[in-house]
Ligand binder design. Structure first.
Ligand code: BMA
Length: 320
């Protein structure tokens, strides 16, 4: 018997009625697609660092900001963070940024995919103002994607180490991994955090969606899960909680997806059937989570979740 809360989680996700909030038609310069944004509250506004794909098929990242995080986006008229020649790994563009505020360093860490000739890999850039960025270069070898740092270091194992969630592809398997580093440059103690679940909706690939957010119940993460179907790959969304002190411990993981492509803008685009969350804002006062996601690799959608109710239901889920 399924417990009463089952599928209740999905009821707590509401798409913004005026979605998509950003689309290529509304962009100030000619682009093919705008998708998969990082999100952060910055100087009282919601700032999105949006992946923008140009009409050659290469991506860069551009800032868009709004007072309420829903409407009236002020979009930078030129790229904010783009590939540079001295970074060979960026040759085929920058994609899918995730943003985290690093408490100790007092700056934002942006982990993004840089597309090299050798495959996609995760690069790091630091910024204080989203105007000037310091590029750190790649963290781990290809093929790697879907990465975010935690906002603070961990004392587990006696050290004081940064932790990175990422998604290497090894032997063709695409699980979510976690790795540790004393200095953001040297990474080790790699282990699988959330594996794909054979037979399930997330059977073929999983990847981190939004950066970890500390809650009273643990680190909240949303992830995407992929199933290959006769008409292409279906990208859906699940959630999990990780132990606050030892993020290698998965406390719970949703059995069912909480979001699946259903709206026309999620079903029609360059890649039909994709919801791909990459940005999260938690407003505890409003009891609201705002999820920013790429829809069908063409535009950006926004979904609202009731923060406390969502967590209360989520902790009831098992680890499968
Ligand atoms: C993933 C990434 C994302 C993309 C998604 C769906 O592998 O490349 O950038 O949105 O596939 O196509």
């Amino acid at each position: 018997m399924r417990p009463a809360y089952h599928s209740g989680l999905r009821q707590l996700v509401k798409r913004y009625e005026r979605n998509p909030i950003l689309s290529p038609e509304k962009w100030p310069y000619r682009v093919n697609a705008v998708l998969n944004p990082g999100a952060v509250q910055f100087q009282g506004r919601t700032l999105l660092l949006v992946r923008v794909e140009d009409c050659r098929g290469f991506s860069h990242l551009t800032v868009a900001a709004s007072e309420d995080g829903k409407e009236q986006w002020e979009i930078n008229p030129f790229p904010s963070l783009a590939a540079e020649e001295q970074f060979a790994e960026e040759q085929w563009g920058l994609e899918d940024p995730r943003i985290v505020w690093l408490e100790e360093e007092k700056c934002y860490a942006i982990t993004y995919v840089s597309f090299s000739k050798g495959g996609p890999l995760v690069s790091l850039a630091l910024t204080e103002n989203f105007k000037e960025f310091v590029k750190y270069g790649p963290l781990l070898p290809p093929e790697d994607k879907d990465a975010a740092l935690f906002p603070r270091r961990f004392r587990a194992d006696g050290g004081k180490r940064y932790a990175l969630i990422h998604r290497p592809i090894i032997r063709g398997e695409a699980h979510i991994w976690i790795s540790f580093s004393p200095d953001l440059r040297h990474w080790g103690d790699h282990q699988i955090l959330l594996p794909v679940r054979p037979g399930w909706w997330d059977q073929h690939r999983v990847g981190l969606g939004t950066p970890p957010v500390a809650t009273p119940y643990g680190w909240l993460i949303f992830y995407h899960g992929v199933r290959h179907t006769a008409s292409g790959s279906l990208y859906r969304v699940g959630a999990a909680l990780l132990d606050l002190e030892d993020p290698r411990r998965v406390l719970c993981r949703t059995e069912e997806w909480i979001m699946s492509p259903q709206e026309p803008y999620e079903l029609l685009g360059d890649v039909p059937g994709v919801v791909f969350p990459t940005g999260i804002i938690v407003d505890e006062e409003k009891n609201e989570i705002r999820l920013y996601y790429g829809a069908a690799d063409r535009c950006v959608g926004l979904a609202f979740l009731r923060y406390r109710e969502f967590l209360e239901h989520l902790v009831e889920e098992k680890t499968v």
